[in-house]
Design a binder for this molecule. Structure first.
Ligand SMILES: Nc1ncnc2c1ncn2[C@@H]1O[C@H](COP(=O)(O)OP(=O)(O)O)[C@@H](O)[C@H]1O
Ligand SMILES: [Mg+2]
Length: 124
């Protein structure tokens, strides 16, 4: 079965004065339809940045430096703004609250305040 989501060699860095600091380093996993995946790790280990990267909502100075995010067969990192907006609108979201992006849910449903702001801003 084709996975609902495949994160492949995802690397997200923060461009800081001292150089590019990796926050997510070469991460690969898959989620099948109906499956739930929990990300567990100590504070600062990259759980939130992983979730934000999947939704393409990492803000500068953060950026996705490598990898692929294949959702329903399409690489989200290659989508233009219009197509990505459709994904934000109804396909992928995270639950707001203290656990924020940790509750990232890859399913039909609402979308987040961050996504909404970004959708309106129309930036990449
Ligand atoms: N806005 C930011 N600026 C610089 N570095 C950041 C920023 N946000 C996160 N990071 C870096 O990314 C790492 C992972 O953060 P995060 O994904 O929030 O961790 P977790 O959710 O697992 O507690 C942090 O240790 C930090 O080094
Ligand atoms: Mg976190």
């Amino acid at each position: 079965m084709e996975p609902l989501l495949r994160v492949e060699r995802l690397t997200t860095v923060f461009d800081l004065p001292g150089g590019a600091l990796p926050a997510v380093n070469d991460v690969t996993f898959e989620i099948q339809p109906g499956e739930t995946l929990g990300l567990v790790g100590e504070s600062g280990s990259g759980k939130s940045v992983t979730a934000l990267s999947i939704m393409r909502l990492v803000q500068p100075p953060g950026r996705i430096a490598g990898g692929r995010i294949v959702f329903k067969g399409q690489d989200l990192l290659t989508l233009d703004e219009r197509r990505m907006r459709r994904i934000w609108l109804g396909q992928i979201g995270h639950r707001a609250g203290n656990d924020g992006p940790l509750a990232c849910r890859v399913a039909r449903g609402g979308w987040t305040g961050a996504a909404r702001r970004r959708g309106r801003a129309g930036g990449k």
